[in-house]
Every structure is written in C-alpha cells, then in structure tokens.
Design a protein around this ligand. Structure first.
Ligand SMILES: C[C@H](O)[C@H](O)[C@@H](O)C(=O)CO
Ligand SMILES: [Mn+2]
Length: 414
C-alpha cells in the first residue's frame, strides 16, 4: 500500500466513504469489449472491409488485426493493461473458420474457437448479428426491406445468431447479450414510415420466436437517430425500440452516439429502467455526429457512471463499448476506453451518495451544489493507482511504454 493511497483512504473516510468497498465494487463490474475496434469493423469473412450500413471507421494506423489469431492476441494484450475480468463482444462477421458460409448459413462451430479461447482466459462473450457490409444490405434495408426474400434472409441470420449466442452462453456458464442493430432507414423523406416499421416489427417477432433461458441468452435491441445515407428516417428509432422492448421484454440498448448531441443519455437510464428490465449500454463518444470516438473521462461518461451507481442500475445494466478509431493504436484505443469507463465508475463509487441524496431530499440545493463541487477535489487518482497496482496493471505514465512496445511489435502487419 502506498503513502498516496493511505492519505487518500483517510481523505475519503473523512467524507464517510470506504475506498476498499469502492474498489471491490469496481472489480465486480465486467465491461464488454467490442472486437470491432481491433480491425476497423472489417470482420473475417474473406471479403472487403467496408463497414457499410451508415457507419465508418476512418484512419489507416498500422497494426490492424488481419485474422482471429491476431485479434485474440491484441485482446489478450489489452486485457493485461486493464484491471478486472471482462467480456468480449463479437460480431457475427468475426467467425473463425476456413469455410465461407453466407450469413444465413452460420453455425456455432464457426465460432467455437472463440468460445474455447474465452473459456481458457476466464472471459465472457457477447454477440451481435451483422446486418451490414453485405450485398443484401446494400439498400440500407434488411429486416424492413419491402422484398420478403431479403427479409427472410436476414431473419434467418438473426435466428441463427440467437442460437449461436445461447450456445455460447451455455458453454461459458454466463448469459450472452445478443444485440440487434439494423441500419435500415431512408436517405430522403419517406412517404410510408408505418409500413417500414410494421415490417421491422414482424421480422423481429419472427426472429425472436424461439425462446431460450435467460441464463444463456439476453436479447437486446439498439435504436439510432440516423446514419450516413439514412439521414431522413431510421426505421428502428428510439421510440420504436423503447416500445418494442417494453412490449416484448427484451433489453434496450442505449448507444451514447445515437441521440441528438444535446440529449443526455445518462438522464435516460432511470426513465427507461422503470419500464425495461435489462439495459445494454454502448458507451461511445459522438463528436458532432455518431463518430464513434474513443471514450474520454469526460462529463458525459462521469454522469453515466454516476447514474448507474446512484440509481442502483448496475445489476441489470450490461456495459459494452462501441467506438472504432483507426487513426491511433487500436489496442491503445481499447485500453484507454475500458479504463476510462472503470475510472468513471470508481469515481461514482467514491462519492458520498447517501449524504448527497439526503440533501436533495431535504431540498437543500445549496449544500448539494457545494458538496458536489468540493468532492471534485478528492484524491480519486490515488485510489485508481492502488486498484491498478493490486491488479498488477500499470497506471499513470507507466501505461504508455507497454502500449508503445506492443504497437511497435504489430505495426509490421500488412
Ligand atoms: C458495429 C456495431 O454493431 C455498431 O457500431 C452498432 O452498435 C452501432 O452503434 C451502429 O451505429
Ligand atoms: Mn452501438
């Protein structure tokens, strides 16, 4: 235990906050790390790496993972820089097989090496059907396409993904969150929004027809405001999926980049939590649009973490990351993003929650403001450094050397 931590522990104790309990609480929160940051949303289907579907990774930093082995090595390195045990969020286009099944032909065996690796490394898995970067998604319409044949193709893809995800959950003994995001929308003003939304609803119902135990599979649906090429209408808007999740009992995915820039996604948590049991978060950072920048320890993230902790939502919130930056080291992007999420949570655990809530309850907004501002001077960094030291991972400037060495080692990849 360092002198810095000793002093910090006393400083927090002075506010009635137990730093040991805060570190323990943080250690119990897994973060689902998105595989697609490792290769710019390319996937391993032996075809072009264009994202499509209104999303776009930009940049050409050396070191992009070219196959599942490289991606797993990169993830292992990243996890060695992050305290705690976490999860990996796979997209269906990241299958690991020499075969070339189309999306409506994928099976569990195409992903079995990922499950074996996850088991060996004590990691959980999450999953996503891939409804983009495919000829049958070129109209930016999938589950809501007017053509029944195209809808059926994507329903079959989604159905198989649920089977695969449930099997993964069964094998690993940890429920897999299977998140549905479709790019469907319209570049220009549509004249029949209702028909598109009815088709999406009917397709989702067909995809969700089979039931699985919640111990294996948690279905989630992800809304969006707009994407490149679908600026005028997104079929799966927030209202659409909020209603769907409430009626059908699925989890609701809130992506921090999928709302108007002035909306607070943190504010939505307690509101949707009254009607929806499970929440999936895609922690991201929009810059002017859904740009998927690496998350910073900024006000948005701090507010999100504080809401999760203060509203008691962590037990039913699945925290996943969703960004992809190809202008910097991809492994560093993961490490920075996960650690920032953890730092934000730790700060929330270290706040004098009961005291602040009592002031609010008593309408003493002056004292609430004084104390929320004064807590900002508390020595959070010393507790984070102690947490990292106990987990055997670097903190502060020491983090940079390892990140640079690894980046140097992978930068020769073609
Ligand atoms: C690759 C993911 O499925 C994707 O980022 C989705 O979650 C999303 O947020 C699309 O904008
Ligand atoms: Mn997302």
């Amino acid at each position: 235990m360092t002198k810095n931590y000793d002093l910090a522990r006393e400083a927090f104790a002075d506010w009635g906050v137990d730093t040991e309990a805060a570190m323990q609480a943080l250690a119990a929160v897994p973060i689902s790390v998105h595989c697609w940051q490792g290769d710019d949303v390319g996937g391993f289907e032996h075809k072009s790496g264009l994202s499509g579907g209104g999303i776009q990774a930009t940049g050409n930093h050396p070191g992009r993972a070219r196959n599942p082995e490289e991606l797993r090595a990169d993830l292992e390195f990243a996890f060695a820089q992050i305290p705690g045990k976490h999860r990996v969020n796979l997209h269906a286009c990241y299958l690991d097989t020499a075969e070339q099944p189309d999306r409506d032909q994928i099976e569990y065996r195409h992903f079995a090496p990922w499950v074996e690796w996850a088991g060996e490394n004590g990691l959980g898995l999450d999953f996503n059907p891939t409804f983009f970067a495919h000829a049958k998604a070129d109209d930016n319409l999938t589950l809501s396409h007017p053509d029944q044949g195209i809808r059926d193709f994507w329903i079959e893809h989604g159905r198989r993904c649920r089977e695969i995800a449930a099997r993964m959950g069964r094998e690993l003994g940890s429920a897999v969150v299977n998140n549905i995001w479709v790019p469907d929308g319209s570049k220009d003003t549509p004249v029949d929004r209702m028909a598109a939304r009815r088709r999406l609803e009917t397709s989702l119902d067909a995809m969700f027809a089979e039931t699985f135990p919640k111990s294996e599979l948690i279905d989630a649906v992800e809304s969006k405001l707009f994407g490149i090429g679908v600026e005028s209408m997104t079929v799966g808007s927030h209202e659409f999926y909020l209603g769907y999740a409430i009626r059908k009992g699925t989890a609701l995915c809130l992506d921090m980049g999928h709302f108007h820039p002035t909306e607070s996604v943190a504010d939505k948590l307690s509101a949707v939590a009254l009607s929806v049991q499970d929440i999936l978060l895609h922690v991201s950072r929009p810059v002017r649009w859904d740009s998927d920048h690496v998350v910073l320890l900024n006000d948005d993230l701090l507010a999100m973490a504080q809401e999760l902790v203060f509203a008691g939502l962590l037990p039913r919130t699945h925290i996943g990351l969703d960004f992809f930056d190809a202008t910097i080291s991809r492994t560093a992007a993961w490490v920075i993003g996960v650690r920032n999420m953890q730092k934000a949570l730790l700060r929330a655990f270290l706040l004098p929650q009961a005291r602040l809530k009592a002031l609010e309850e008593g309408l003493d907004f002056t004292a609430r403001l004084v104390l929320t501002e004064e807590t900002k001077d508390l020595p959070f960094a010393a507790v984070w450094a102690e947490h990292c030291a106990r987990a055997g991972v670097p903190a502060g400037q020491a983090l940079l050397g390892g990140l640079q060495t690894y980046q140097g080692a992978v930068s020769g990849r073609g």
